[in-house]
Design a protein around this ligand. Sequence first.
Ligand SMILES: [Zn+2]
Length: 266
Amino acid sequence: MIVAFSNKEIQQVPKYYQSLRIVLRTDNDKEKHIKRMPRLMVEDVKYCKKIIQKHGPRLMDEHSNISMIIPSSYRLHNGKAIAHVCIAIYCRGKGIIPLNETFFPDTLECVDVDVREGYCTFGMKNDELLKSDEYHQNLRIGVEIGRSGGPIGTLGGFLHLSGNTYFLTCAHVVIPHQCLLDHYPDFKYLANRCKTCEDIDVFQPAMNRTSLGKVTDAVFQHSHPGITSVDAAIVCITDKARIPKDPYMTKQPSNTNKLRAAGIYI
Ligand SMILES: [Zn+2]
């Protein structure tokens, strides 16, 4: 059998080449989204991670179609997620064993293995992207942002709500320092809004002076032993021409140590 992978549908693919059957796998086959996933506990991740570190390199050597191996909180049963801590092996072309290779293991050190079809790609396209401090007509995760007279911060992620696009950043980046101090140890925007912070324009990059949007929500909560501190703000993108158009992140210089620190096993 010959398995062909494509990121788009191809019409009229021949069914056979000589005596070998041809199977086409496209990205459309993988349009499966699981909405509510069971939570994975820290201890489970630690336990599975050790096993993956021990067996992962060998499995990758022995099986050419593995794309990633991760701890997982669920198993897939007839397309449905069932809570069950396991090790998920993602491969290209599930159900097809490449020539001279064998089955995946059912378990690794008594932890069940769940085989899934899928692959991962980097969120960046380094050759094509602008740097984070350059002007981005369409905003991206990781770009430099700021307000007039404030520090430089980072765009953390987008959210869509009621037809608007918002992004997440730190409260200390977009709220004037004095306002945070005045409401020590809890600052909540809009409740604690004063004249200084009644209307905060946000720019990208930080030195740009054309507003892309306004702060709509912020929490700066700290110095409470026993609860997690929060430093977060939400910015509504009012300039519709700057709404993101693709899922890529901005260019971030990286090296092996940084990737390791981010949890990528190299
Ligand atoms: Zn204020």
